[in-house]
Structures are given as structure tokens and as C-alpha cells.
Ligand binder design. Structure first.
Ligand code: SAM
Length: 204
């Protein structure tokens, strides 16, 4: 939830919207395909209800621990330092490239050997060179996701030549990472200014 007009709906409107877009994804997803939905404490309830109603199987709820989360200005609640990524599948034949994820896991066993990737990802909010900025240095998209997050998702659940769809493309992170790792991609974004950012990032 950010202070953008696309993120201001009443609770019933939001549930209806969630049903509509996840239902549309269900239709186009292959039986062996995966869906990953990034969400926060604001909307994880609605997303889970809809996934269950559509008979998706929930494989994991990944916790993204934002190592550089903003402090809470109200001082009336704990600092929000986590978001979630729900991984759900349609059928039982999903792809999980377990060994590739082990290889890229920064966490190691005590003896330095590879370790299974856990469902707890410690990643900073995007900053530095990775952050897409305008000439004035201001970030061009309010919720740009870390490339490392998309790398883990895409390497885990797809293979070269597979197609990755992001119906809320934003600054284009999913497409950028999909392209980098040899996946085809489809991106949908309703704000023209973000489409332009994504196109530029993708060299289109
Ligand atoms: C949370 S942001 C995605 C950020 C993206 N993952 C990134 O790394 O930049 C959600 C995006 O969805 C777009 N959006 C919202 N409603 C939409 C809709 N109905 N159809 C297509 N795009 C939509 C917004 O303009 C926004 O850019």
C-alpha cells in the first residue's frame, strides 16, 4: 500500500479486484506453472482467501525481511520491516530448481558448503545503482522490487525458454530479470509513465 491512486480501494473493491486478476492469471497459467504474489500485511488475507477459493496449492509464504526498512513515524506500532511473497501452484507438476537455489544461497553451512534456500529472504530495499532514478536523482517508481528477489523466484520456478508474466510490471524488474536469465516475458502496466521506464530499462 503506497500513496498512489492505484492503491486506494475500499475493502470490498479490493477483494473483487483481487478475485478478478488472480482469476485471470489462473486461466492463462499452465497446469505445471507457478504464481508468486508479493504482498504485505495489508492484503495477504484477501490474496490467500482468493488463492484458496481458486484451488491453488500454497507451497510457501516467503518472508522478505527488509534490512533497511524505514522507521515507523507514528511510534505506536512495531516497525514494519517485512513483506511477503506467496508461492502457489495450480497442479502437482510444478518446477522447483532446488539445486540452482542452493547454489545462489548466500547462507552457507558451517563447513562452507551449500545450504538449502529458506523461505526467509534478507534483502535491502532497492537503492544505489539498481534504483531507477530520474535526472533529478528521484526514484522513478515507488515500489521497485529488488532484482535479487526476482532472480530467486524466476530461477526457482522456470527454465530457459519458459514464459514469465507480470501483470503489474511497474519499473520492469520482472521482465529485466527474466530476460537476463533467458526466459521470455510478458509485462502489463497501466500507467504510461511506468511503461516508459520499463521500456528504457529493457533497452526497448
Ligand atoms: C507494486 S507496483 C509493481 C512494482 C514492480 N514489481 C517493480 O519492481 O517496479 C504495481 C504496479 O501495478 C500497476 N497497476 C496497478 N493497477 C493495475 C492494473 N489494473 N493493470 C495494470 N497495472 C496496474 C501500477 O501502476 C504499479 O506500477
Amino acid at each position: 500500500m503506497v500513496n498512489e491512486h492505484w492503491d486506494k480501494m475500499t475493502a470490498p473493491e479490493y477483494l473483487q479486484f483481487t478475485r478478478k486478476w488472480i482469476g485471470a492469471c489462473h486461466k492463462v497459467l499452465k497446469d505445471t506453472g507457478s504464481i508468486y504474489i508479493a504482498c504485505s500485511y495489508h492484503n495477504i488475507g484477501e490474496v490467500m482467501i482468493v488463492l484458496k477459493q481458486l484451488d491453488f496449492k500454497i507451497n510457501n509464504i516467503i518472508t522478505w525481511y527488509k534490512t533497511n526498512a524505514m522507521p515507523n513515524m507514528t511510534r505506536r506500532v512495531f516497525t514494519h520491516a517485512t513483506e511477503f511473497v506467496i508461492w502457489a501452484v495450480k497442479g502437482s507438476g510444478w518446477t522447483f530448481n532446488y539445486n540452482d537455489l542452493k547454489k545462489i544461497n548466500p547462507e552457507k553451512q558451517k563447513d562452507g558448503t551449500e545450504k538449502q534456500m529458506r523461505d526467509f529472504w534478507e534483502l535491502p530495499l532497492v537503492q544505489g545503482k539498481e534504483r531507477v532514478r530520474g535526472k533529478d536523482g528521484k526514484a522513478l517508481h515507488p515500489t521497485q522490487k529488488p532484482e535479487e528477489m526476482l532472480k530467486r523466484i524466476i530461477l526457482a520456478s522456470s527454465n530457459k525458454g519458459d514464459t514469465v508474466l507480470d501483470p503489474f510490471l511497474g519499473s520492469g524488474t520482472t521482465a529485466f530479470v527474466a530476460k537476463k536469465f533467458g526466459r521470455d516475458w510478458i509485462g502489463i502496466e497501466k500507467e504510461k509513465q511506468y511503461v516508459e521506464i520499463a521500456k528504457k530499462r529493457l533497452g526497448l
